[in-house]
Design a protein. Structure first.
Length: 132
């Protein structure tokens, strides 16, 4: 899940506490489809886009897709996520791009997509990168 840190940052997500915050405002149909497929308990990397361009934390879905209150058309959805942790070492986009095992990720192939799936093998690779 990508957000510009000057709009919604990992620190703001943390301040939202255990009640979490809606992940709303998504207006791309593919990203919206990804939101609709999320299940309660799914964990997501939190990525700061534009400023930083790095994975900075992990959030968890605590409420599955529901109508996005910021969407006047009624076509888009939101999910509610809560803060799990901030990464000790953020993972820079340039490091992700250098790892050939991650070259298939939407983060690289569809860089403007704000919500994208990740497979378990890639999750483990990225998780390990955050600890090095």
């Amino acid at each position: 899940m990508k957000s510009e840190p000057d709009v919604w940052s990992i620190d703001q997500q943390k301040k939202a506490g255990i009640k979490g915050a809606p992940w709303d405002g998504v207006r791309n149909y593919q990203a919206a489809k990804n939101l609709k497929s999320m299940k309660k308990g799914d964990q997501c990397f939190f990525y700061h886009s534009n400023i930083g361009k790095e994975i900075v934390g992990i959030v968890e879905v605590i409420k599955e897709a529901y109508p996005d209150k910021t969407d006047q058309s009624g076509r888009f959805v939101a999910v509610t996520v809560k803060f799990i942790k901030k990464l000790i070492k953020p993972i820079k986009l340039e490091s992700i791009k250098k790892n050939k095992e991650l070259s298939h990720l939407s983060l690289i192939k569809q860089s403007r997509l704000s919500v994208m799936p990740i497979d378990s093998k890639s999750w483990k690779i990225l998780d390990n990168m955050s600890k090095v």
